[in-house]
Design a protein around this ligand. Sequence first.
Ligand code: GCU
Length: 630
Amino acid sequence: MTRTLKVFEKVILGCFLLLAISGRTLAQSDLITNIPARETISLNGKWQYIVDPYETGYYDYRYKERRENDGEAYWNNPVQKDKTDRKEHAYTDEYTLEVPGDWNSQDPKFLYYEGSVWYKRTFDFDKSDLNSKRVFLHFGGANYQTDVYLNGKKLGMHKGGFTSFNFEVPASVLKEKDNFLVVRVDNKRAKDEVPTVNTDWWNYGGVTRDVNLVVVPDNFIQNYFVQLKRPAPGTAPKTKNTEVQGWVKLSKAAAGETVTIEIPELKYKKSFPVTNGTADLNFKLPKVQLWSTDTPKLYNVVISSKSDRVEEKIGFRTIEAHGKQVLLNGQPVFLRGISVHEEIPQEIRRAHSKKDAAQLLGWAKELNANMVRLAHYPHNEHTTRLADSLGILVWSEIPVYWTIDFGNQEVFEKAKKQLDEMIARDQNRASIIIWSVGNETPVSPVRTEFMRNLIEEAKEQDPTRLISAALEVHYNEGKNTIDDPLGQYTDLVSVNEYLGWYGGLPNTNRTAVWETKYDKPLFFSETGAGALGGFHADSLTRFSEEFQEWYYKEQVAMMKRMPDNYVGLSPWIIADFRSPKRNNQVYQEGWNRKGLISSDGKKKKAFWVLKSYYDEMDEVKSAKPKASSK
Ligand code: GCU
């Protein structure tokens, strides 16, 4: 007997459905990866804006959150009905910002601005061939909290300044003409955010990375992980019958689906069954040229399902920490690194484009670096993709930086979400060998537990890469002991050291002794000294190029005396960068001057000291020419 729902039950069910729909539009959608391979409509360009330091667009005069249809909410289109109509906000072409781009560098009034800015643009959309397709709004990144509204309807909210995110655009909200898209970005710092209120970098705000509409089939390829299986510890991966592990995730769990992996250059093609929306991949490649820093070989990998097809260039390699060494494809590798902030110093702005990535990684190449530490947050995708092509190893990091609120479970969830978003976007980048869960966090039981759980999460998400963090060092009478409890959980022990800059003078390095409590590879994730480019004096004069040059000479000499678990360094930093903490108005003026390259793009004397050390450490470059047989 069919039980007809009583009216009351129908009403309740209807309410739940409405909530579910609204909840769906409010929920951030699972990240759609490999955007360059998708059908996209770019929304980059000039957006109109309103600066809103008092959150007037979000709260009414009683500071109550405005209702969705409140005409004075900044997410609603302020069309003046007639000349008598009062509008307390308006968007005009007199006030525009370039997207992508931080706002700080686009107008002097934004230099120190921390608060909300409402961005607005309109767009048309051809809905004619939308049947059985879905539309998403994808952001490469925006700092820090982003609230997105389309035609007055809220699509969702994202927190985190450096990871990609997307929201679905319901067909019922999307119009053919004049879609009114409003994005509020709020870059205010807060104690219970990630990062917290205290950072040694500029709090650039805004829609700092690319924005796209993404059109995908109803059941599309959401994300995938295609990497080499970790070989037995210490062994090199085979170049024949190389084992690939991973998965492909579809957006829906449709019965009987399969996915196909094709690598044309290797004449490889195989289909895999999908169970509950995911296909597990375990297959062997007939033969493969491994990706390495000297031969950054990338293969075109085609992934297809019944209704979707994406392709991507993927490199195949293995990375391991084995005993005291880091092994790339089973061979010990010395990490000739350099730290990099995501900033173009000459234009005092966030880097966001392919051209910007080419400048920053080009500088690393000029240094003869084979690795970059992308500090202290995930950089834009152009950079990690270019690192794949250039054969530059990457340390990628979430901004769990200094004094995070470690005792707060919500803060842990925020950090974990940023970690998951970082890995989800870049897990197929061969260049990325290290996920870092933080930097210089003060030792305490609650902090170590917080970080240990992040390490667990990273290993869960990606069993193929090394996990690290910049740990703390004990300094006492020239003996530097690395016994940070977090070191028991990381794959390599990384520390930032500034002997001769924050402690004593560079000659103190001559008697420095290092010891690691852990039988693991030791990596110097930072070392550096400040110099104002172009300021010359004797080497004892702080902030002169000669002081910085002396510092690097002493550091290199010390590195040559390191114990046998020393596997490399990523000195701080490739170029001067903006920081509100650097207020020596003679030498800094709001710049951290530890760059090897000055804020106007000129190499300082210390650049050449590090380069000659890297040339020496570069086996290929320093290989003695073979004695001629004559
Ligand atoms: C720290 C920190 C960096 C900072 C650097 C410095 O190690 O990790 O973010 O900029 O020191 O003092 O310059």
